[in-house]
Design a protein around this ligand. Sequence first.
Ligand code: FMN
Length: 203
Amino acid sequence: MLGNPNRQRYIYQQLPFVTMAKIVMVIGSPRKNSNSEIIADKIAEGAKANGYEIVKYKINDLAKARGCQGCGACKKAGVCAQNDDIKPMLEDIKASAGVILATPEYFGQPTAQFRIAQDRMFSFVDGTFTPFFPAGKKCAVVVTCGTGFDGAKAMADQIEGVMAGFFKFQPLGKVVVKDAMAPGCVAENKGVMDEALAIGKKF
Ligand SMILES: Cc1cc2nc3c(=O)[nH]c(=O)nc-3n(C[C@H](O)[C@H](O)[C@H](O)COP(=O)(O)O)c2cc1C
């Protein structure tokens, strides 16, 4: 009986809490045809093949996205006090099975857009730095750069370290790519695309 699609639809209608697990993408590049976003999309393709719903936040496209105000309200409330366009991203990550975090290297650092998203994740932990959600969400990290590979690698390690150290995410892998200046050029790099897809399939 369970093989009948109408029966399956009926069962899912009766169980509104049965929803597809989400993977949330946080995209820090402001560019169209962004290399870091293209790699993140390839990771998402792997995750989608494993049955996950993909939700993407391109921070530069959000109308209202403010940095953490350091108010500490989240430590008691368990949610960020700012009701801007970053808030749904935070709530989606809390309810997710994992994240794909992507940013270019700008002057040896993640972009300002990425940092806004990252700082707001401070609301994931209480006053004792205990996350408000169970350990074991998964995370993949992408950093692209021009020539500064060592800096980009260190950035990817730092981003992954925050997710694992503070929020108890399980790292699945990092893609760090240099010579990624021309928009869209990484799409031609089969090695990178294969590496990204393989990480995505670990979700
Ligand atoms: C403001 C700015 C600062 C940058 N700083 C660096 C840098 O410090 N090191 C580096 O290797 N590349 C640097 N780049 C190049 C970008 O990291 C590179 O083009 C990256 O692949 C762009 O990613 P995207 O295609 O996802 O936007 C910089 C680019 C811009 C626009």
